[in-house]
Design a binder for this molecule. Sequence first.
Ligand code: SF4
Length: 323
Amino acid sequence: MHTDIKVGLSCNNACIHCIMAPVQEMMLAEGCNLDESLDAVKGKIRVAAGNGYKQVVLTGGEVTLRDDFVDLVAYAVSLGLRVTVQTNGRRLSRQSVLDRLKNIENTQVEFVIAYHSDNAVVHDRITRRKGSHAQTMSAIKLLKVLDFEISGKIVLSLANYERLEDTLVSLEELGVHDVIVAFPHAEEFSPERFAQVVPTYTMISESLHEALQRARSLKMQVLCETIPFCSMRKEDWHANLDIFHSLQKVERLKPVIAMPGREDLIDWNFMRGKIKSKGHQCTSCLLDRLCEGPWQEYIEHFGFAEFSPIEDTDSIENFIMNL
Ligand code: SF4
């Protein structure tokens, strides 16, 4: 079980696919503080430990921008929690931050680092920050030297889907074997931004298949987030994150989210179901109960015509047997 604690919304990147950007703009316009105080975040960490959670995810915005970032990690570890830091990694390329991290038990901390392309120009175009690729790469290498566990996160977009295979290979070469490939969540995007960022599933299908096959041959663990089974080749279904989400529901492992400025916790398993969509044809799909479907706004823009129900029982049997 884990609690996802959003420590604030300040960030040193400005990613084109960022789901938090509209919220950040609204908070700034209303004169709100983007970041939680140290006491408030520590309070949420204490509540997580008190409620029996074994793990907290520290996320933002960009958590490593905080001067108290290492203190927060150390505090969570001191309460017996395992800590996952979701980060773009740029600040972790600084020796001063690494020197402080060295004092923390490295088996208790893991980093999920956003790495959107092997190509610096493409990555920097996505983050809209020149030099961000070099800093992120450097952080991965330095954290590896300190023996921290690292996994990668790639958010797909029109800017990078064609380089997915190269990006996965690059992560493998950096020593990162576990990767999440996420479809962009474009809620509240303006029509212009949506058109610049979001590909269709049909568009990405070939690149995705080739990338997943290559990853498999490299023995990487790659999972795809919000890519329905019918948009994947059947030999790639094992990489669909919905399988793990279903297990979480069955086992009642409830990931929750603590938002900045809010005391209540959001049940992410429940919320996710509310902001995804299924079509009428899904009722005849044999994977309907496992599949969460695409994000709602995707259907609002592109409709449901490209989704075909899976009705081949042999493929399903093979798939279930190999799970
Ligand atoms: S349930 Fe619907 S979206 Fe999911 S795989 Fe089947 S047809 Fe596709």
